[in-house]
Ligand binder design. Structure first.
Ligand code: GDP
Ligand code: MG
Length: 180
């Protein structure tokens, strides 16, 4: 029925310091604090989308420390996630390259279970225009060529855009489920 409960497991990926924790906390509390610890955690957050209660489980991942290559995604993470938010900073080209690798990794896994892994690419820190090293075009092109959603946002400046990212991913997750 219309009150059916919907759950969505969202995995946040990307290089260090791009704003994954800031994005998570912004969505959970609507606030931007400034500094975030290095805690790996799965948060639950209920949000109302078009009159429906949606339970988001958000896995704010940490970058692998020693032993594993940067950008590594574990099989466990791939299996857990219904959808992915890949974050880079528009002032950090290396972080853009990490996202590029991670999209590939997800899509390789995707080819084994079709339609199961929607991805949104997020270019964060748009408020730092003067330090930009990744153009909007590059971000948009990567998303287009890999069939992902794309947003450029500033977690520091706005809550609304952050909410849009999660709602858009939710739409994609629902589409993917409908296709199964
Ligand atoms: P994580 O390592 O990906 O979880 O990154 P954090 O969420 O810890 O953020 C790293 C740093 O970037 C922190 O100092 C944040 O305050 C800062 N930060 C996050 N989002 C933004 C943003 O939109 N604009 C600016 N200027 N700084 C941001
Ligand atoms: Mg973090």
């Amino acid at each position: 029925g219309s009150q059916q409960k919907v759950e969505a497991n969202v995995l946040l990926l990307g290089a260090e310091s791009v704003g994954k924790s800031a994005l998570t906390v912004r969505f959970l509390t609507r606030r931007f604090i400034g500094e975030y610890g290095d805690i790996e955690s799965i948060y639950s957050h209920t949000d109302r989308v078009e009159g429906r209660e949606i339970s988001f489980n958000i896995w704010d991942s940490l970058c692998p420390q020693n032993g594993e290559v940067e950008g590594h995604i574990s099989d466990r993470q791939l299996q857990w996630a219904d959808g992915f938010i890949l974050v880079y900073s528009i002032c950090d080209r290396a972080s853009f390259n990490v996202v590029r690798q991670q999209v590939q990794r997800i899509q390789q896994a995707k080819s084994k279970s079709p339609g199961a892994h929607p991805v949104i690419i997020v270019g964060n820190k748009r408020d730092l225009q003067h330090r930009r090293t990744v153009s909007s075009e590059e971000g948009r092109l990567l998303a287009l060529s890999t069939d992902c959603g794309f947003f450029e946002i500033s977690v520091a400046e706005t809550y609304h855009e952050v909410q849009l990212v999660f709602h858009e991913l939710l739409d994609l997750i629902r589409e993917a489920r409908a296709l199964k």
